[in-house]
Each structure stands twice: as C-alpha cells, then as structure tokens.
Design a protein around this ligand. Structure first.
Ligand code: TXA
Ligand code: MG
Length: 343
C-alpha cells in the first residue's frame, strides 16, 4: 500500500498538491482554506472536499469541482461544541435537550444534525434552506485542520456528484484530480460510510440518511426517531435513488437470489455466504467479501473500497448480496440499493 501511495504522490500531474498529514502540511492546508482554496481531507467516515464555510466563492468552487447541483446543501464541519452557535441558531431550536444528549454522547463522530441556521452561514452552503447540517468529525487530521482554519469547513464527500464516495486519497485523485487545490492523504478512512443525517427541526427527530451512527444508538439516547424525509420542507439529495453509483450496472439481492454468470463480479457480505454460494459453480470471474467474519463495522469500512475495486474490473456487471438489515447493515444496504440499477 505504501508503495502505491508513493507512486500516486509521484504521478500527480495536475496543479493539485498531495500532502502527507504532518503538522506543517495541515497548517499549509488550513492557510489555503483561509485564502479560499479547496482542500480534500480525511474524516473518520469518508474523505471530504472542503472550503471555508464563511466564504461563498470558495464554497461555489466545491460545487463546481463535484459537478454538484446547487440545490443540494453541504455539511458544515466544526471542531467542537464551542463553535456550534457560530453556525446554528440554537435559541430557535425546540429540541434542545435532545440535541444536548446527542452531542454529549455521539460527538465527535459520524452524526450530522440539522439545526436552524445562523445568518452568518452563506445561502450557498445550505442551498437557501433556513437550516444547516452540522457535524464534528473525530478524525485527528480533520480536527486539526478545522481548528487551524476559520473553524468551520463546508464539505461534501470528495467524489463526483452521484458517484461512489472516497475512502482513500487515491479515490479522490481518480475522481477529482485537478479540481482540488490540495489533497491530504491519510490512507483508508476508519468507518467507511458517510455520517448519519438526523433532522432536529421537524416535529419529531428524523433520520434523513442512515450512516455511520446506527439508529439503535440514537434511539437508546433520545427514544424513537422517524426514518425518511419530508419532501415539503427539505431537499436532501442524499435521498436520490441513484446515488453513490459505480459506473457499471450493479444488482443487489439476498444470497439465494443472486444469479450465476461466469463473467460477472460478486460482492458477498461474509465468508460463509461466499463459500456456500460458490460451491459447485465451476468458474466465477471475481468475488470479494465485505467481512470474512460477518462484522457489520468491518463490512461498512470495506464497502466503498471494494465497490471501487469491482468497478475497475473488466466484467460487464456486479452482483451484491445485501447485509443483515440491522445496525450499520441498514446504512450498508441503503448505499448498495442506491448504487444499484434496479433501485
Ligand atoms: O460523513 C459525511 O457526512 C461526509 C464527510 C465528508 O463529513 N460528508 C458527506 O457530505 O457525506 P455529502 O454532501 O455527500 O452529504 C450530505 C448530506 C446530503 O444528503 C445533503 O442533502 C444533506 O446531507 N443535507 C445537508 N444539509 C442539509 C439540510 N440543511 N437539510 C437536509 N439535508 C441536508
Ligand atoms: Mg456524498
């Protein structure tokens, strides 16, 4: 892997600067953010493509780099609770106790909350909505970068709009080389799935996007939450059916319903499933497993890496087994179904 990274660093042929995350490099990237530049950086979920959240021109450059429609709002990343009131109008929030419980237990971490927005956050960040999505990443590089910047980085995932999310710097280079001014390479991200997006501005807390924080973890703290979204009040394209898609057709199903083709690639949830499905089938072009032991967190961490790998194969089609529909399995299945052609 290190050799691959060295090669990657040597092969950059655009104006993008690739950095290893030492003190000096993070300082350089933070200064660049302050000057309105666009910086891709690791978080514990996926790589983000960041701009100073208070600089509308810089945020516009992020939308352009991703070819992302302007109606799809960005998450504002802050380093800790102290910065929250600079971006969110907490006095306008009914669900204050709920928010406090979530923050105390789940921040920093893969939970984004939707809150009333402060006027200081430019409309381009929130796509004109009166709410803002806020998250405190736990990744030490993200933490340091935010602290050395203006304190608020607006960042979507660092991939082209609608494509697979990046869990390695290589994915960012492949997808966005040239469009980011800097990419900070810190290897593979730990969680591998985007944050859970929880709306605290609707009458009842509502999960708009399942992600790295399981619904069960949230409900253990604040009681039952809704799933889905209210199309009248928000536009949340994380909800778009064909999102997170590889470039070739992908079909999802239970193990029993996966069809057999000699020239297809297969993604299994666990080792046991692969073994039983492959038994007696003479030739299979390519098979990968999300987690040999069937661990949901390991499967989540591998999901986008393996989808990128399968997408690079010469096979015409990919078949993927759905994960058990519980905990992080819900977010894994959400991404698989959105990536799939029959979604
Ligand atoms: O883990 C993550 O969340 C990663 C890392 C980089 O932090 N970020 C990420 O950002 O996945 P993005 O832009 O790919 O997804 C943000 C999601 C989108 O579905 C967007 O529509 C929704 O959050 N969102 C942002 N602001 C919103 C708002 N005010 N109301 C409702 N949904 C919002
Ligand atoms: Mg995204």
């Amino acid at each position: 892997m290190d050799l691959l990274r060295e090669l990657l660093h040597g092969e950059m042929n655009s104006s993008t600067v690739l950095l290893y995350p030492d003190e000096q490099a993070i300082k350089l990237a933070a200064d660049a953010l302050r000057r309105g530049k666009v910086v891709a950086f690791p978080t514990e979920t996926v790589y983000g493509l960041g701009a100073d959240a208070f600089n509308p021109a810089a945020v516009t450059a992020v939308f352009a780099a991703k070819k992302r429609p302007r109606f799809d709002p960005l998450i504002v990343h802050i380093a800790d609770y102290a910065m929250l009131e600079a971006v969110a109008a907490l006095q306008a929030l009914g669900a204050r106790t709920t928010l406090d419980k979530l923050i105390q237990n789940l921040w920093p971490g893969p939970l984004t909350v939707i809150l009333p927005k402060q006027p200081s956050v430019p409309d381009i960040v929130t796509a004109g909505l009166s709410t803002v999505a806020v998250r405190v990443p736990s990744h030490p590089v993200a933490q340091k970068l935010i602290r050395l910047s203006t304190g608020a980085i607006a960042a979507p995932s660092a991939n082209l709009f609608g494509r697979l999310s990046p869990t390695r710097a290589e994915h960012v280079v492949q997808s966005l080389n040239g469009a980011a001014d800097y990419i900070i390479d810190d290897g593979k991200t730990g969680i591998g799935l985007e944050s859970t997006v929880l709306d605290l501005c609707s009458c009842k807390p509502c999960i708009l996007r399942p992600g790295g924080t399981a619904q069960e973890q949230i409900e253990a703290l604040i009681g039952p939450v809704l799933r889905g979204y209210d199309p009248q009040t928000i536009s949340s394209p994380g909800q778009l059916k064909n999102h997170y898609a590889p470039t070739k057709p992908l079909h999802t199903s239970s193990l029993e319903q996966i069809p057999y083709h000699t020239d297809a690639a297969y993604l299994f949830f666990d080792g046991k499933s692969r073994e039983s499905w492959c038994a007696g089938k003479p030739a299979i072009a390519k098979t990968l497993v999300l987690s040999e032991s069937g661990s949901l967190s390991e499967a989540a961490a591998n999901l986008f890496v393996l989808l990128h790998e399968l997408d690079a194969e010469t096979v015409p089609v990919i078949y993927a087994q759905l994960a058990p529909e519980k905990g992080l399995g819900i977010a894994i299945n959400d991404r698989l179904k959105r990536a799939s052609t029959q979604a």
